[in-house]
Ligand binder design. Structure first.
Ligand SMILES: Nc1ncnc2c1ncn2[C@@H]1O[C@H](COP(=O)(O)OP(=O)(O)OP(=O)(O)O)[C@@H](O)[C@H]1O
Length: 335
């Protein structure tokens, strides 16, 4: 699959009199393949927005190499800008304008046929509400209007910074359905977010950033599999005794009042056999799979070493390639 976005060794430091020197992005790599719905995950302040702004030429990088739809960015971004839709800074809309009028103005300003307005309203599920004023829209509807504005030029690549931010569960569901339908229509989507459960549902690929560095990348299930401890929850009478028996059989087990957790299980029938042989009958045997939230916390939270984030890239580059395009050379930052 060809790459739609490639970032290698991106670096950006902000210098300001007030806050001093702040390394926002520190040799970061990202690859997004065509047709992916790619989640760009990281805690607050980890460098997501700075990365997207650098990619789109909104802030100058200090070093690194970036490519969008085959064009080096930012130097040749203008060649492909018409094929990229992006919402990186929250767009402000006139509350007194209707959704339709808002998009019509944007279409006219962008040289897009006005006939596209109805199409994108339909695409984001706002067709029935296009004649209502924006100030009456819910936050979710405003977010969808923002996505509609980015879709006007029928982009091949859509970049959204925190599209689910501030949405209630229903709004997040709507956003999720919208992203899926865009992917089905062949649009490559890059979504930055810290809403892990949703990313797990929406995205097929993920890149996790921590302190300006990539700490994981790959298909969601591959990244999760890297953290699979092959653990099983076991319900059985006498969990303490069961844990001892399993230990003796070579399986690490931790007893809880009404169950035990057994690790390093390659074949779960071993558990029922070891316990059954001693007259302990297993009532429940459930695999415990890691979710993105626990992986994310381990990689970016207290579980991760603060200086050397654990790297679990699957099939991705495992080294940070320091290339310098000369972009932003000799300047002190944008703060
Ligand atoms: N214009 C700026 N001037 C100074 N520091 C900045 C500027 N923009 C970002 N930073 C700093 O760079 C770091 C990364 O910020 P960034 O906004 O890229 O993170 P983020 O992952 O998008 O966070 P969030 O999820 O909170 O938006 C932070 O420490 C932030 O304070």
């Amino acid at each position: 699959m060809s790459a739609v976005i490639e970032i290698e060794g991106l670096r950006k430091t902000f210098n300001s009199v007030r806050n001093g020197r702040r390394v926002a992005v520190d040799g970061f790599d990202l690859t997004v393949g065509a047709g992916e719905v790619h989640g760009f995950l990281g805690p607050n302040g980890s460098g997501k927005t700075t990365t997207l702004r650098a990619l789109l030429g909104l802030v100058r990088a200090d070093g690194g190499w970036m490519n969008v739809l085959g064009a080096p960015s930012p130097t040749h971004l203008s060649q492909v800008a018409g094929r990229v839709g992006a919402i990186v800074e929250s767009p402000q809309f006139f509350g007194n304008f209707t959704g339709y009028r808002t998009l019509r103005l944007l279409a006219l300003a962008g040289g897009v046929p006005v006939s596209r307005v109805d199409e994108v309203l339909e695409q984001v599920g706002l067709h029935d509400r296009g004649d209502e004023r924006v100030k009456g829209y819910s936050l979710g509807m405003k977010q969808r209007l923002a996505v509609a504005s980015a879709l006007l030029k029928n982009p091949e690549l859509l970049i959204l910074d925190e599209p689910a931010n501030g949405l209630d569960p229903a709004g997040i569901r709507e956003m999720r359905d919208l992203m899926r339908s865009l992917a089905d229509a062949g649009v490559t989507v890059l979504i930055s977010s810290h809403i892990l459960a949703e990313i797990q549902l929406i995205c097929d690929h993920v890149t996790i950033i921590s302190r300006g560095r990539r700490v994981a990348a790959g298909r969601v299930e591959e990244v999760l599999a890297g953290f699979d401890q092959h653990e099983f929850l076991v319900r059985v009478a006498e969990p303490e005794r069961a844990a001892e028996l399993l230990h003796a059989g070579g399986l690490p087990a931790v007893a809880h009042p009404d169950h035990l957790v057994v690790g390093q299980v390659d074949d779960p029938t071993t558990i029922s056999r070891l316990l059954g042989e001693q007259g302990l009958w297993v009532r429940e045997l459930t695999p415990l799979r890691p979710d993105l939230e626990s992986v994310f916390l381990e990689l970016t939270g207290e579980g991760a070493h603060p200086e050397v984030p654990r790297q679990v890239d699957s099939g991705a580059r495992d080294r940070v390639i320091e290339l310098d395009t000369g972009v932003g050379e000799g300047r002190g930052g944008d703060a």
